[in-house]
Design a protein around this ligand. Structure first.
Ligand code: NAD
Length: 424
């Protein structure tokens, strides 16, 4: 079998941009996945999901013939460097699910040889890198750090920023033994970002706590949003009061905080927590936002049974096509359980949705569930005023329209916009 420089196992939102980036730096890369449609798309040189800059880079590596694909995990042994970018969900037992990683290791076991480096790029619970090293030592008798090398090099890039950040974001490398760290550090040096060497468990903790910090950081304004509703206060005014000219940090803005990473990575700490429940409470706050919005609509509109509700945006955050673990879906489910007639519009997702006009025309309420650029600004609000009328309720926890009201009627928002939103 022809050798390649790097194999990337799992061509998902993390693995595919990474495989393309290695190839774009001149390495020969083998991408491995079990999803035949995904492999066919990559083979044809077409990105299967949106990631700014990825299609141009794929065009280049496709033309250069530097990215091959396979559906056989054992083929990864053609490369000296094997990077694992498989999904690591959380069981409902509050415990990491490493089924995919174990399955890939089992497929690889009989094919590993001296000189191989195994890089765990997936997000993992503390202790998982040592588990993988122990697994390889137990089943093949390798001396880790001498015969083969194992390290955790967590992906910390946010979706939508991959090609912007791969060359700048410090790359944390936690090697099992010094030689593993050196070997994997030298692989990632190709991107030009600083390499920060540490132990495996510190790398694991640094990654999951990067996401825990973000998750908790968003739970605070979300809780404040609910408190403000209880007290008849405006959350955006309170946030402005907190943050204005205050030199010691600032509070973030509210929103529907979900997504595949934030919703499960906290569980990798919670599974053996020193403060059991603390991060679960953070999760509960963020998970409560859809219900809070539904209850807020009911307080203003009465029963939602038979009322037409437009939901704008299905993704877990703005300007992405990623719907995984999006709270917009939870919001839609909860509205449907109120027997509302829900019409969804999202111009970015692969799932079929109604047009903006179809969703908004005659709607009793319009909810901005994902803050895409398409939903921003007074012009969009003016179109809603035309299509839905002045009595329509706008629900905008992201403050996409800039009117600084989580719940506001089109007439009110129009009056507050100083004529920028003329009513029909
Ligand atoms: N998505 C992000 O923005 C992001 C950011 C940082 C870290 N992470 C972490 O990176 C890891 C991967 O996340 P993702 O979003 O890319 O996941 P993903 O689900 O998009 O990708 C996983 C890929 O692996 C493939 N796969 C599953 N089992 C396989 C097997 N046995 N052999 C080969 N391929 C297999 C799937 O078909 C899929 O294409 C996770 O640990 C995640 O927490 C994700």
């Amino acid at each position: 079998m022809t050798p390649v420089d790097v194999a990337v196992i799992g061509l998902g939102r993390v693995g595919l941009p990474l495989a393309i980036s290695f190839a774009d730096r001149g390495l020969s890369v083998l991408g491995i996945d079990i999803d035949g449609d995904r492999l066919a798309s990559v083979r044809d040189g077409v990105m299967p999901f949106a990631e700014p800059g990825a299609q141009d880079a794929l065009d280049r590596v496709h033309a250069a013939g530097r990215l091959a694909v396979s559906d056989v995990v054992a083929d990864a042994a053609r490369a000296e460097n094997i990077v694992i970018t498989l999904g690591t969900p959380s069981f409902s037992h509050i415990e990491i699910d490493i089924t995919d990683i174990r399955s890939a290791l089992d497929d690889l076991l009989g094919h590993l040889r001296d000189g191989h480096a195994i890089v765990l790029r997936s997000t993992i619970a503390p202790g998982t890198t040592e588990f993988v090293a122990g697994y390889l030592a137990k089943h093949r008798g390798f001396v880790i750090g001498e015969e083969i090398f194992v390290a955790h090099a967590p992906e910390r890039i946010a979706a939508g920023r991959f090609f912007e950040e791969i060359g700048t974001l410090p790359c944390i490398v936690g090697g099992v033994g010094q030689a593993s760290g050196e070997r994997v550090g030298s692989l990632f040096e190709i991107f030009g970002a600083p390499i920060v060497r540490t132990s495996p468990v510190q790398a694991e903790l640094a990654k999951i706590w990067t996401n825990i910090l973000r998750y908790a950081n968003f739970a605070l304004p979300n809780l404040l949003m609910m408190d403000c509703e209880q007290h008849g206060a405006n959350v955006f005014d309170v946030i402005e009061l907190i943050n204005r000219d205050y030199p010691r940090g600032g509070i973030a803005m509210p929103g529907l905080t979900g997504g595949t990473c934030l919703r499960k990575d906290f569980a990798f700490s919670e599974e053996r927590s020193n403060a059991p429940g603390m991060l679960l409470a953070v999760s509960r706050v963020n998970e409560s936002v859809p219900l809070f919005l539904v209850e807020g609509m009911k307080r203003r509109l009465g029963s939602l049974n038979g009322q037409c509700i437009a939901v704008l945006g299905l993704t877990f955050k703005g300007n992405t096509d990623d719907e995984r673990d999006s709270l917009a879906h939870k919001l839609v489910r909860m509205l449907e359980r109120e027997l509302a007639d829900v019409v969804v519009h999202d111009p970015r997702v692969a799932s079929p949705t109604a047009s903006f006009e179809e969703a908004v025309s005659g709607a009793a309420a319009i909810v901005v569930a994902a803050n895409h650029d398409e939903f921003a600004g007074p012009e969009r609000l003016r179109e809603i005023a035309v299509l839905a009328g002045g009595d329509a309720l706008i629900v905008d926890p992201w403050n996409s329209f800039g009117s600084a009201q989580v719940f506001g009627y089109v007439t009110e928002l129009s009056a507050m916009s100083n004529g920028k939103v003329a009513l029909p």
